[in-house]
Design a protein around this ligand. Structure first.
Ligand code: COA
Length: 254
């Protein structure tokens, strides 16, 4: 599949979102390819680190809205939930390079990465409410933890975007660089990690995540059930149809 490129060299698997003409919005097939790649990376002892990257101008516009409308994920075994379970429980280090818009799951997947290097053009947003939806990827738990409730409410209830400096201050990202440097920096840091003792990396990550692992897994199931239900409800259908028709949604009759 060319919309997700997977390259493994020198113990680092790099997963590149490569659907730039559609702003790297993610289809079921793309989630399935990423979930399979993560499972393979977990099982393969020669892979020590996984890097996620998009393009210098766009990380991801989130879920493909046409997919939301036409083939909404039905249950916990659908590709998006398989991908989210894979990334949230991935035992080895995850590094990301993120530039440009990072919308919806384009932001929430980063909550599960260990090192995130952002271009100064990055813009994070969690517009679930604006789409008649609710948070996913345990972001209803992780965003308030990371940002504090007040800023999480602006991001999740109002759907207000935030930029690199705010993300750095709250610890979502590790460093801000010019967009042209983000991918190379992520690779350098991944190589540094890959040279370290694997068992120490895995045990250290497990210990750091231990206090939240149970609640994250539980919250993802609860969010997933609500999300799947809300995808089929009138507010979301209106939001998706409006996006496809390039107009503003009208929630006044819902
Ligand atoms: N699903 C499907 N198609 C998408 C998409 C998405 N999430 N995001 C962008 N696209 C498509 C557009 O429909 C457009 O297709 P077209 O050229 O056939 O008309 C193309 O990608 C370019 O998008 P455009 O909106 O013109 O780019 P932009 O640079 O003006 O804006 C974004 C970029 C990311 C800000 C904007 O595309 C956007 O807000 N996308 C929707 C984000 C969203 O709500 N995602 C769901 C999160 S849960």
């Amino acid at each position: 599949m060319t919309e997700i490129l997977i390259d493994t060299s020198a113990s680092v698997m790099t997963i590149t979102l490569n659907r730039v003409d559609k702003k790297n919005s993610l289809t079921g097939a793309m989630y399935a390819a990423m979930a399979d790649a993560l499972a393979q990376a977990e099982a393969d002892a020669t892979v020590h680190v996984v890097v996620f990257q998009g393009h210098e101008t766009i990380f991801s516009a989130g879920n493909d809205i046409g997919d939301f409308l036409n083939v909404p994920p039905a249950g916990q075994d659908s590709p998006v939930f398989r991908f989210l379970r894979g990334i949230s429980s991935f035992p080895k280090p995850l590094v990301a390079a993120v530039c440009g818009p990072a919308v919806g799951i384009g932001t929430t997947l980063l909550f599960h990465c260990d090192l995130v290097y952002a271009g100064d053009n990055v813009q994070f947003s969690l517009p679930f409410v604006n789409l008649g939806l609710c948070p996913e990827a345990a972001s209803s738990y992780l965003a308030p933890q990371l940002m504090g409730y007040g800023r999480a409410a602006e991001a999740l209830l109002l759907g207000e975007p935030f930029k690199a400096e705010a993300a750095l201050e709250m610890g979502l990202i590790s460093r801000i660089v010019p967009p042209a440097e983000a991918a190379a920096l992520a690779q350098r840091q991944a190589q540094k990690l890959a040279a370290k003792p694997m068992s120490s990396l895995i045990e250290t990550k497990r210990l750091m995540k231990k206090s939240q692992a149970g609640v994250v897994a539980e919250r993802m199931v609860e969010e997933g059930a609500s999300f799947a239900r809300m995808l089929r409800e009138p507010a979301a259908r209106e939001a998706f149809t409006a996006f496809m028709e390039k107009r503003k949604p009208d929630f006044s009759k819902i």
